[in-house]
Design a protein around this ligand. Structure first.
Ligand SMILES: NC(=O)c1ccc[n+]([C@@H]2O[C@H](COP(=O)([O-])OP(=O)(O)OC[C@H]3O[C@@H](n4cnc5c(N)ncnc54)[C@H](O)[C@@H]3O)[C@@H](O)[C@H]2O)c1
Ligand SMILES: N[C@@H](CCO)C(=O)O
Ligand code: NA
Length: 430
């Protein structure tokens, strides 16, 4: 067997400790698949004395993670610190600058600096691998870049944030409020350090922008992702959606159409029977549509120690086998800088929820706003009076132009009868 591949790991949190565990527990299996042993020789984290349930015997401890890049006993650096900039980015640049391969699970860093890092890797003919960064253990990066290489991909969408899916699933099953469930997600180890990245959709946007670049051969454009999270969703929305035959999910959607790139993260109503709707708890789900392969569906654990570390180790096996391909399939110079598609002209069905004063004439006001904007209603439900004296009106539109629905909602929101902010959600009809 060839000589061992020596790795240095920066960050020994959920994912880093998981990588050390897999490489210890499945050492023989991994060595046979990699053609050589994969051995951790050096690590760096903030707290040397924390009990992580792993043995660090015989492994060098490095206080400054950036040093891993230049140590002679490290062939490959695994960055598992997190954060788009700061020590993670410094380490990534130094590693590639020192002509060493890099593995990372850091979608925030890739969303912001992926093209720069990919260019560095390509220029030095080095692997830069990041299967763990999108949908954790689900091999969607490999699924797109290798398995779907024959296809023109026109659409990628799905659930890429375990925390949000977990929160929405428990809100539905147990009628719990948002904050109670978030604390549990944090305890389970898959919430981001800053949970607003999860619930405001930013984490999904990071991942979506990476997938879109890969799938469409487009220059990565994180700033072009329109993003709405799940803060405004109430248990009543979940119940109403269910009564209408839908489940609410935080969906990331990217499409390449007519040479334009559409990227959006938003809560959407997904028909109950759709495989995305039946993906519950912290599971992730992704759909990739290719012109020859058709619809591919990926489902599995997108977060957590074992699944995420599993993806990191798979990347290490590729590197041990000598796999050097451009991080975004094509050289960065060949990626198309696609203009952003405008959402205004998109057509679809929409869910609208308004809390209104329960008095005569209110419904007529609402329906007049819709009529004036040319939006037709498929169904309308008014639900009883709350303790505050408000009623909840839920409407589903027929297919309409998005700009017209937005316009009608703004008119309705301006009415003194409407209490608080109306909620508008897209219905996933594909
Ligand atoms: N947890 C998951 O389920 C999951 C899934 C996919 C991707 N990721 C990504 O993996 C990365 C790590 O996530 P995590 O959940 O393991 O985080 P974590 O907070 O559990 O661990 C981070 C580790 O980095 C260490 N660290 C912080 N600053 C450092 C520094 N300057 N030098 C060296 N070490 C430092 C900390 O001590 C800790 O050991 C992040 O980019 C995250 O987004 C996590
Ligand atoms: N915070 C992320 C971790 C995986 O990237 C999630 O909840 O899915
Ligand atoms: Na993955």
């Amino acid at each position: 067997m060839a000589s061992a591949l020596h790795i240095g790991i920066a960050g020994l949190g959920n994912v880093g400790a998981g990588v050390v565990k897999i490489l210890a527990q499945n050492a023989d299996l991994v060595a046979r698949r990699a053609g050589r042993p994969i051995v951790v020789t050096a690590v760096s984290a903030r707290d040397r004395n924390r009990d992580r349930g792993i043995s660090l015997d015989g492994i060098a401890w490095v206080d400054d993670a950036a040093e891993l890049a230049t140590r002679d006993d490290v062939d490959v650096v695994v960055e598992l610190i997190g954060g788009s900039d700061g020590p993670a980015l410094t380490l990534a640049r130094r590693t590639l600058g020192a002509a060493k391969p890099l593995v990372t699970a850091n979608k925030a860093m890739l969303a912001h600096h992926g093209l720069e890092l990919a260019q560095m890797a390509e220029a030095a003919d080095l692997p830069l691998k990041y299967e763990a960064a999108v949908a954790g253990g689900i091999p969607v990066i490999k699924g797109i870049s290798e398995g779907s290489a024959a296809n023109r991909i026109t659409r990628v969408y799905g659930l890429m944030n375990g925390t949000c899916n977990y929160i929405l699933s428990r809100m539905e099953a147990e009628g719990l409020g948002f904050a109670e469930v978030l604390a549990d997600a944090q305890a389970l180890g898959f919430a981001e350090a800053d949970p607003s990245f999860d619930i405001d959709g930013i984490d999904t946007a990071h991942k979506l922008s990476i997938l879109a670049a890969l799938a469409f051969g487009a220059a990565l454009d994180f700033a072009g992702v329109a993003c709405t999270g799940i803060r405004a969703i109430e248990s009543a929305d979940i119940a109403q959606a269910a009564a209408l035959g839908f489940r609410i999910k935080l969906v990331g959607l990217a499409e390449a159409e007519d040479g334009r790139l559409f990227q959006r993260v938003h809560p959407a109503l997904v028909p109950m029977a759709h495989p995305v709707a039946t993906t519950m708890g912290s599971l992730n789900a992704l759909v990739v549509e290719g012109d020859f392969v058709g619809r591919l569906f990926f489902q599995g654990r997108g977060a957590g120690e074992g699944p995420t570390a599993s993806a990191v180790v798979a990347d290490l096996v590729d590197i041990a086998r000598g796999d050097v391909r451009p991080p975004f399939v094509m050289p960065v110079a060949d990626l198309a800088a696609l203009p952003r598609a405008d959402a205004a002209g998109r057509r679809g069905r929409y869910y609208l929820r308004l809390n209104v004063a329960d008095r005569a004439g209110v419904l007529a006001e609402l329906t007049a706003a819709l009529r004036d904007c040319g939006v037709s209603i498929e169904s309308l439900v008014q639900r009883g009076t709350s303790s505050s004296g408000d009623a909840m009106v839920v409407m589903v539109t027929h297919e309409a132009r998005e700009a017209d629905v937005v316009d009608s909602l703004a008119r309705m929101a301006a009415s003194p009868s409407v209490v608080g902010q109306p909620v508008m959600m897209h219905i996933l009809d594909f």
